[in-house]
Write a protein that binds this ligand. Structure first.
Ligand SMILES: O=P(O)(O)OC[C@H]1O[C@](O)(CO)[C@@H](O)[C@@H]1O
Length: 417
C-alpha cells in the first residue's frame, strides 16, 4: 500500500479542486499519445507483460550455475536493477555493476571473479553508450581468454529489439538477447528485462513487483481524488518555483532508490519548454537516518528553497528488539523498543522538524518495504514524471542535453588517433 500524506501542506485539497481541469487535461493529453510511434509510453504496459516474465524465468532456470552476475550498463540501464537488487536479493548470487569507467575497480573485479561461474549482462537500449561498450570490450576479452568457445553462454544482452551494436553482436554470435521494447526509454525501463533479468537471478518476487506496478497504473487512471500520481504531480507543479526537490527515503534496503529517482526526474524534466524557457527542478537524493546527520541541518536552517518528499515505511518485514543492557544505562530510553520503532520515530521527527522550519514537505507512506509496494512506488513515480512533462510543456522522454558531451568525448578520443 502506498499512501500520500500532506498534513503539513494545508490547503492542498482546495488546490487539488482548483487545478482539477489542468490535471485532467494533462492526463488526457498524455494518454492521447499512448500507442503513437515515438511517444515512448511503452513503460505503461510493462506490468502486464507476463510473456517476457516467463521467458526470463526459463532463462534463469536454464542457468543454475551462476554465482556472480556482472551488469554492464549505465544510467537507466543500471540504476533500477541496482536499487531493486539491493532491496530484495535473496538467492546468494553476487551482483557487480560496471556503471563507470574507472580502471582500478574493474581490474579488481576481473581478478576476483571465477569466469566459469560468472554471467555477464550487457545492458544498453541504444547499444552505443561508450561506458557500456568499454566494459563489454574488457569482459568479452576476459571471457574468451578463460573460456574459449564457451564464452557465449556467459554473455547475455538486453537491448533494442532490432538496432544497435549489442543486437548486431547477439545476431552474429548467436547470443541470448532480451528486448527493451522500442517504445521504452532507459530511465523508464526498470520493469522491462533491464530490471527483471537481474532480479530473476537475485531471487526477487517478480510477480509481486509487477502486481504493485499494476496498482500504480490503476491509480494513474482513476478519478482525480484517487489518483495518487496526479496528486503528487500537482505538489511538484505547485512548488515549481522552489529549485530543489529532495527525495529522502527512510530505508537502508532502498539506499539506491534516490539515485534512480534523480535520473528519472532530472533527465526527464530538466529541459527547454516549447517557448525555449529553461524548465526543471533539481532532485536531491537523501537517505534516512544517515542524512539527518549530514543534510538535515541545511534543510532546517538553510534556504527555504525545497520541496521535500519523504518515503517512510509504516511497518517492518521483520524487527529487532533492543535488549536492556546493564552496562549501558545511558541508552535506557531505547530498552524494550525495537529498531523499527526507532527508525519510524526518527522519520516522523524529521518530517515534523522540517515542516516546522518552514520547508514544504510531504510523505509517501509504504505499508512496508516489499516488492509489491516498491513496484507500485516505481511505477507511481514514472507516472508522476510523465504528468509533470505535460504540465511543464516538455518532452519527458528525450534527453537532447546529453548529446554534446558524448560527441565531444568521441571527438577527443578520435583526435588522439
Ligand atoms: O541504455 P543506453 O542506451 O546505454 O543509455 C544509458 C543512459 O544514457 C542516457 O541515454 C543518457 O546519456 C540515458 O538516458 C540512459 O539511461
Amino acid at each position: 500500500m502506498l499512501r500520500l500524506d500532506t498534513r503539513f501542506l494545508p490547503g492542498f485539497s482546495e488546490e487539488l479542486k482548483a487545478h482539477a481541469p489542468l490535471l485532467l487535461e494533462a492526463r488526457e493529453a498524455l494518454l492521447a499519445k499512448r500507442g503513437q510511434k515515438g511517444a515512448m509510453l511503452g513503460w505503461m504496459d510493462l506490468p502486464e507483460d507476463t510473456e517476457t516474465l516467463r521467458e526470463i524465468r526459463r532463462f534463469r532456470e536454464q542457468n543454475p550455475w551462476v554465482e556472480d552476475f556482472v551488469l554492464l550498463g549505465i544510467g537507466g540501464s543500471a540504476l533500477g536493477p541496482k536499487a531493486l537488487e539491493a532491496a530484495f536479493a535473496d538467492s546468494g548470487v553476487r551482483f557487480h555493476y560496471v556503471d563507470h569507467v574507472e580502471p582500478e575497480p574493474i581490474r579488481k573485479l576481473l581478478q576476483s571473479l571465477n569466469p566459469h561461474k560468472t554471467l555477464v549482462n550487457a545492458v544498453s537500449k541504444s547499444g552505443a553508450t561508450a561506458e557500456t561498450l568499454a566494459g563489454l570490450l574488457l569482459f568479452l576479452d576476459w571471457l574468451k581468454a578463460h573460456l574459449g568457445e564457451a564464452w557465449r553462454r556467459h554473455l547475455v544482452v538486453t537491448t533494442d529489439p532490432k538496432g544497435g551494436a549489442l543486437r548486431a553482436l547477439a545476431g552474429r554470435e548467436g547470443l541470448r538477447a532480451f528486448a527493451i521494447p522500442e517504445e521504452v526509454g532507459g530511465r523508464f525501463s526498470v520493469l522491462s528485462p533491464v530490471g527483471l533479468l537481474p532480479l530473476a537471478f537475485a531471487g526477487a518476487d517478480l510477480d509481486a513487483l509487477l502486481m504493485g506496478a499494476r496498482k500504480a497504473n490503476e491509480q494513474a487512471l482513476a478519478p482525480l481524488e484517487e489518483s495518487l500520481p496526479l496528486k503528487t504531480a500537482l505538489l511538484h507543479h505547485l512548488h515549481r518555483h522552489l529549485p530543489i526537490a529532495v527525495f529522502m527515503v527512510y530505508s537502508e534496503r532502498l539506499r539506491y532508490l534516490p539515485a534512480w529517482f534523480v535520473q528519472l526526474h532530472d533527465e526527464s524534466l530538466g529541459k527547454r519548454d516549447q517557448e525555449g524557457r529553461r524548465v526543471g527542478t533539481t532532485a536531491l537524493p537523501a537517505l534516512g537516518p544517515q542524512d539527518q546527520h549530514a543534510q538535515v541541518q541545511l534543510f532546517r536552517e538553510g534556504p527555504l528553497d525545497k520541496l521535500l518528499t519523504l518515503v517512510i515505511p509504516e511497518s517492518p518485514v521483520e524487527d529487532l528488539p533492543l535488549p536492556p543492557v546493564g552496562e549501558l544505562p545511558e541508552a535506557g530510553y531505547l530498552f524494550g523498543k525495537t529498531l523499527f520503532r526507532l527508525l519510524k520515530a526518527e522519520a516522523e521527527a524529521t518530517y515534523q522538524a522540517l515542516a516546522e522550519a518552514g520547508q514544504r514537505v510531504y510523505a509517501l507512506y509504504l505499508s512496508e518495504v516489499s516488492p509489491y509496494t516498491i513496484g507500485w512506488l516505481l511505477q507511481h513515480l514514472m507516472w508522476q514524471t510523465a504528468f509533470l512533462g505535460e504540465l511543464w510543456g516538455v518532452n519527458a522522454f528525450d534527453q537532447p542535453g546529453v548529446e554534446l558531451g558524448k560527441r565531444l568525448t568521441r571527438a577527443f578520443l578520435e583526435g588522439e588517433g
